[in-house]
Design a binder for this molecule. Structure first.
Ligand SMILES: [Zn+2]
Length: 395
C-alpha cells in the first residue's frame, strides 16, 4: 500500500478540508436518496444519472460550484462502489459521514507530471484548488499513478495514497492448490496446516487504549485536553492499522507466489449459508475474552486478503461454495455437526480424524467446487465430491 504522509500548508489545509466537506456532502446526498427508495419506485439513478443531478446542484449552489467537480463526482463513484459492495454482501450499507470522521476525497485523471520528487525526503503532488502539496517521500512512488486518495485520519494526520494495481506475482508452476479459511480465531488457516495471525493490538496497546477511552469518557466535551486524548487514542489505532495493512500485503504476496491455485470461500454464498450452519461461525469463548476491537479488526481484514490475492494472482483465485466446509471431515468426507468439537478442534465422529478446525475447513475449501463468475458450479475433481442435497442432514 503506497501511503504517504501529506504536509499541507495552512492555506492548503483549508482547501483540502473544503474538498472533504464537498465529498462528504455529496456522499450524504446519495445516502439520503437511497433511504427514500421503496419497492415499486423504480431503479435508483446510476453514476451518470447522479452526475447529471450534481451538475444541476452545482448550478444552484455557489458553495458546491466553488469546489472541484472531480472530487464531487468521485464521491458519487465511491458511494456507488460501496452500494455494490453492500449488495454483494461484502460490507454494510453505506451510511452517513460525519465531519471529523471518515474525511477524505479522491482525485482521478492524474497526469504523469503531477507527482514529483523534490529532494531525498520530499515529494509533491498536484491537488486541484490546493496546488502542489508536499508529502514525505518515505519510499518510491509507483510509476503511472492514475488516481490518488487524500485522507485525514482521526489523529489529525493527512495522508495521500496513490492507486496502482499491484504487480501480479508469478505462481510456482507446480499446480499446487491451497485452500484458505478465513476464521475467527486466526486470520487465515491454510490447507497446508499453517495458521496465520494478523497482528492485532498488543496487550499493552489495548491497555493504553482502554485507559485513554476511560479518560475520554470523563473529560469535558470540547475541551483541549479531551481533543489531545482523542488524538492519542486515534494514533494508537492508526499505528496498528498500518502494521496490519503491511501484514496483508506481505501475506498475499507470499501466498500468491507459493501456490498456483488459491481457493477461498465465496462470501456471497457464505452469507446465505452461514445462518444454516448455526453457531459454527460464532466466535468461541476464548475469542470473546479478547477485546472486541481485535475481533472487529479481524472481521474487517477478511475481505482484504482475498482482494489482494485477486490483484496479485489474477485468474488463479477460485471461489468455492462454503456449504459444510466446517462440518465435513477432510479425511473421510463424513458430514456431522458433532464433529466440530469446539471452535478450535475438529474430531470426526465417523473416523476419529482430529485436527485444527480451521485447517480442516481450509482443506475442504482446497478440495471444493469452484464457482464460476456466473454463479455456476464447476467440478474441481472427483476425489472430494460435495454430497448430494438428499444425503445432507436436515437443518
Ligand atoms: Zn472422518
Amino acid at each position: 500500500m503506497s501511503r504517504y504522509r501529506l504536509m499541507p500548508s495552512a492555506a492548503q489545509e483549508a482547501a483540502l478540508l473544503g474538498h472533504c466537506a464537498h465529498a462528504r456532502y455529496v456522499w450524504n446526498l446519495c445516502v439520503e436518496q437511497e433511504s427514500y427508495w421503496r419497492p415499486g419506485r423504480g431503479p435508483m439513478p446510476g453514476f451518470s444519472g447522479r452526475c447529471r443531478q450534481l451538475s444541476e446542484a452545482r448550478a444552484d449552489s455557489p458553495w458546491l460550484a466553488q469546489g472541484s467537480v472531480i472530487v464531487q463526482q468521485q464521491a458519487i463513484r465511491d458511494h456507488d462502489q460501496a452500494m455494490a459492495g453492500f449488495f454483494a454482501g461484502r460490507h454494510r450499507r453505506p451510511s452517513w459521514r460525519k465531519a471529523g470522521r471518515d474525511e477524505g476525497f479522491r482525485i482521478v485523471h492524474v497526469r504523469p507530471g503531477h507527482v514529483r520528487r523534490l529532494s531525498r525526503n520530499t515529494g509533491e503532488v498536484r491537488v486541484p484548488k490546493a496546488g502542489w502539496v508536499r508529502f514525505r517521500w518515505s519510499r518510491q512512488v509507483p510509476q503511472d499513478v492514475r488516481s490518488f486518495r487524500v485522507r485525514l485520519d482521526r489523529a489529525g494526520r493527512w495522508h495521500v495514497a496513490f492507486a496502482v494495481v499491484p504487480e501480479p506475482v508469478k505462481g510456482p508452476g507446480t499446480g499446487e492448490i491451497a485452500g484458505i479459511d478465513r476464521g475467527v480465531a486466526v486470520s487465515a488457516a491454510l490447507s497446508t496446516g499453517e495458521l496465520l495471525h494478523c497482528p492485532g493490538l498488543s496487550a499493552p496497546q489495548r491497555g493504553r487504549l482502554r485507559r485513554l477511552e476511560r479518560k475520554l469518557a470523563r473529560g469535558n466535551r470540547g475541551s483541549e485536553r479531551r481533543k489531545r486524548v482523542r488524538r492519542a487514542a486515534a494514533r494508537v489505532k492508526a499505528r496498528s492499522a498500518d502494521i496490519r495493512k503491511d501484514w496483508y500485503e506481505k501475506t498475499s504476496t507470499d501466498i500468491a507466489g507459493r501456490f498456483d491455485v488459491i481457493r477461498v470461500e465465496d462470501l456471497k454464498i457464505g452469507n446465505m449459508t452461514r445462518s444454516a450452519r448455526g453457531s459454527i461461525r460464532q466466535p468461541g469463548r476464548n475469542v470473546r475474552a479478547k477485546a472486541g476491537l481485535n475481533r472487529e479488526i479481524m472481521r474487517s481484514g477478511r475481505g482484504l486478503l482475498v482482494r489482494r490475492l485477486e490483484d496479485k494472482a489474477p485468474g488463479r483465485v477460485e471461489k468455492v461454495r462454503p456449504a459444510y466446509t466446517s462440518q465435513r471431515c477432510s479425511a473421510c468426507g463424513h458430514i456431522a455437526a458433532g464433529s466440530r468439537e469446539s471452535q478450535a478442534l475438529f474430531r470426526c465422529v465417523a473416523c476419529g480424524y482430529t485436527l485444527n478446525a480451521d485447517v480442516n475447513a481450509a482443506r475442504n475449501i482446497a478440495a471444493g467446487h469452484a464457482v464460476t463468475a456466473r454463479g455456476g458450479v464447476r467440478d474441481a475433481g472427483p476425489v472430494n465430491r460435495e454430497p448430494q442435497p438428499v444425503l445432507l442432514p436436515a437443518g
